[in-house]
Design a protein. Structure first.
Length: 50
């Protein structure tokens, strides 16, 4: 049986990357895709899919 692990750290990092992505989308529209891997990866970890 697996122990329940806290995903709060992953949620915090996911929201950080989301803020970076939104900032890039507003300021440097052509570079917003650079934040996509971090956002998607930590969202998947926060949802405990990985």
């Amino acid at each position: 049986m697996e122990a329940n692990k806290s995903t709060a750290k992953y949620w915090a990092i996911c929201f950080f990357w989301l803020a970076v992505m939104i900032t890039l989308l507003v300021v440097y529209r052509e570079f917003f895709w650079l934040a996509l891997p971090g956002t998607v990866t930590y969202f998947a970890k926060a949802m405990d899919l990985m």
